[in-house]
Design a protein around this ligand. Sequence first.
Ligand SMILES: [Zn+2]
Length: 415
Amino acid sequence: MRGMNSTLDPRRTIAELQELRRLTSDEHGAQRVAFTPVWVKTREWLRAKLSALPVETHVDAAGNLWSTLKGRSEKSLLIGGHMDSVPNGGWLDGCLNVLAGLEVLRRIDAQYDHQPPMTVRLVDWADEEGARFGRSLFGSSACSGNLDLAEASKLVDKDGVRLTDALAGVGVTFEHVKDSHRELANAAAYLELHIEQGPVLLDLGLPLGVVLGTFGVERHAITFHGQAAHSGSTPMNRRRDAFLAAARMSPEIYEITRRHGGVGTIGSCTTKPGIVTSVVEDCRITLDQRHLDAAALAASLADARAASERFAGEGGVDVAWERLWNIEPVLFDPRLLRFCEEAVLETCGTVHRLPSGPLHDAAEVARAGVPTVMMFVQSLHGISHNKIEDTSEEHLELCVRAFDRLAEKTLQTFA
Ligand SMILES: [Zn+2]
């Protein structure tokens, strides 16, 4: 595909990641929380890097930063990531994607003498993490059109600062954030590289993976209602114990997930009256189920519901369900999946396909109808959102090379 004249320099990406870490981390980790002074400084640093290229750079209506290298075709290849981090975050989550994209942009600019076959755009999404206001994928969901403005207008951080005011502080007018959608007008494809943030590639001993899509999520609260009764005077056969019914859900969720695949988690359990001398009257548990297949996710949810009713009936208690949140699975584009697989194979000889448990900006872009794919690179320790988050330098180099190949294949085909 490309000859020996490629200017791609993955070592430069690693050096820039290290430079960014020195600039935006303290002893607890990365502090690039969206809309804060460190994030603003991060953006200035990124813009200085971009200014060495013949690109047009602007911030859109939702605070996303776009840098455009005009090509012979108006159609654009989008490459994205996020410079924001969680508080005390890692040095790679989000910014690897942007800085690898920057390196790919440099290579394309040099190889095609400032005029590639199609327009190439690098995007740094605003507030992917949602660490401060509790709403992930802010900039990309404003852009895709999926952001609920009424809901977002109520968001407040732990210091009482409203999201709308934090946005105003960085020059973004809340009422207009959805105007960001116009940035997708000529979008032909979207590519995103990310650290895996889990242990799958590590356990397989593979550097890179092709991401099939992002899990659909069903998140519910399940409340069992029985009767409070004295723990000394109430015989075991006379109890209506809400905790007993709820507790039986735990092994059942493992069994349901074994049957249908995906993952299922009972993440919290609260009891009332919650004292040592009373049978539990109310027990509320939360259930989070995730799957890449919509039908399997629906079946898992239906089985969990049926089980809860069975356990409630057997225990003489009532059960009520409340949906907290849900999102459908997002499947990536088959043609881009093939390119991604080829790129990984050509770079390191073996490939593995895996779903993404966490959501990513790529899911929002795909939901907006733009053909999308993601590539994962192995995470050491299988850990992220922590200062120990890491990936070997060898694998960082490989991922920049493979991602560049994916971009080139896309450029050749989608122009
Ligand atoms: Zn991320």
